[in-house]
Design a protein around this ligand. Structure first.
Ligand code: PGA
Ligand code: ZN
Length: 376
């Protein structure tokens, strides 16, 4: 028997929203987000939000914040700012633009999942976006010149068949320079290794090199890679359970490189607290659907901000054209946003929303730039 949408259908989530959830929330004050989210958690009643489903709970939670903003006659980012204790939000995040894809997001031989450009030297958000778009299209021409594929991966970055992670990195650097930008000044690189994807049986396995590394050896490899390249940010450089490795790497590299936990923290305040206590990583990726309600997301952001961890609001590889994360990033005053490449409408929708927010803020708009990284 065929499964609806290969098991990815949402008819159960929709039925739960239109049924139990609607009954529970009818008549509630949407501006009391915390109370609504607590009601949702209590209604579900499980630790993993498995009874009603995280898709149903998150949809209701985000619909609530949108309804409240509309009712209050406020922009969504202003209302989220109020909920977060951030009055008059005006900070625009640095975009981490994923222009080359490997790993699980592409059918090529690159082990690392994402190669991103970080235009920290730009004077505004729209200039930063222009910078990323120019580099993206320069990279395209260079791939064509080398006879490589220009089809894109899940997040809109190119997915050519480079022989190694290092050649992929060099291609991005070359595209930056040939676009007229200076690496280590205008633009830095960020990588999402997503290394839990190639960690198994206690070893990091790089297929492109046909080589395996222990945690200690892989840390050395990462430190060398970061030492000889203008890398400012590394996401999930180590496996999500390799806490010892994370602590060691943070000690070695944390002063010069942003070390971001995505699979490590999964936007969970409890797990982030463990990271803070151990001094593992110095930055967190925030994904609303990892934790499942807006209030819990804001808790994770608050914990990060009060402990000096950088905050990057992020999309997922599977996305829609919903733009809530753009308002979330501005509302909480995030340092960075990760929302893919400069193509595919589910990616550009977020960038376009940030451009509209920047316009609305006018003179008050404050591009985070170099301030987004305490390593600079
Ligand atoms: P995912 O990838 O949405 O497939 O988890 C995004 C990321 O790893 O940052
Ligand atoms: Zn990631």
């Amino acid at each position: 028997e065929p499964t609806r949408f290969n098991g990815k259908g949402v008819s159960r989530a929709v039925a739960n929203v239109n049924g139990e959830i609607q009954q529970c929330l009818m008549g509630r004050d949407a501006s009391n987000q915390r109370q609504v989210d607590e009601e949702l958690l209590a209604l579900d009643g499980t630790l993993n939000k498995e009874r009603l489903g995280a898709n149903a709970l998150l949809a209701a939670s985000l619909a609530t914040v949108r309804a409240a903003a509309l009712g209050l006659g406020q922009s969504l980012y202003d209302h989220i700012g109020t909920l977060h204790g951030n009055s008059n939000p005006a900070r625009l995040p640095v975009p981490q633009m994923n222009i080359l894809n490997g790993g699980a997001h592409a059918d090529n031989s690159i082990d690392f999942q994402e190669f991103m450009v970080l235009p920290v030297g730009s004077s505004s958000f729209h200039e930063a976006l222009r910078c990323g778009a120019e580099i993206f299209h320069k990279l395209r021409s260079e791939l064509i010149a080398q006879g490589l594929q220009t089809a894109v991966g899940d997040e809109g970055g190119f997915a050519p068949d480079f022989p190694s992670n290092e050649t992929a990195l060099q291609a991005v650097l070359q595209a930056v320079e040939r676009s007229g930008y200076t690496t280590s000044q205008d633009v830095f690189l960020g990588l999402d290794l997503a290394s839990s994807e190639f960690f198994a049986d206690g070893e990091y396995r790089l297929e492109s090199e046909k080589n395996s590394y222990t945690s200690g050896q892989f840390i050395d490899l990462i430190v060398e890679l970061a030492g000889r390249n203008p890398i400012l940010s590394l996401e999930d450089p180590l496996d999500e359970d390799d806490w010892e490795g994370w602590v060691a790497l943070t000690r070695k590299l944390g002063q010069t490189v942003q070390l971001t936990g995505d699979d490590l923290f999964v936007t969970n305040p409890g797990i982030l607290q463990k990271g803070v206590d151990l001094q593992a990583a110095n930055s967190i990726l925030i994904k609303v659907n990892q934790i499942g309600t807006l209030s819990e997301t804001l808790d994770a952001v608050r914990l990060a901000q009060s402990n000096g961890y950088a905050v990057t609001v992020s999309h997922r590889s599977g996305e829609t054209e919903d733009t809530t994360i753009a308002d979330l990033a501005v509302g909480v005053g995030a340092d960075q946003i990760k929302t893919g490449s400069l193509c595919r409408s589910e990616r550009t929708a977020k960038y376009n929303r940030l451009l509209r927010i920047e316009e609305a803020l006018g003179e008050r708009a404050d591009y985070a730039g170099k301030q987004a990284f305490k390593q600079l």
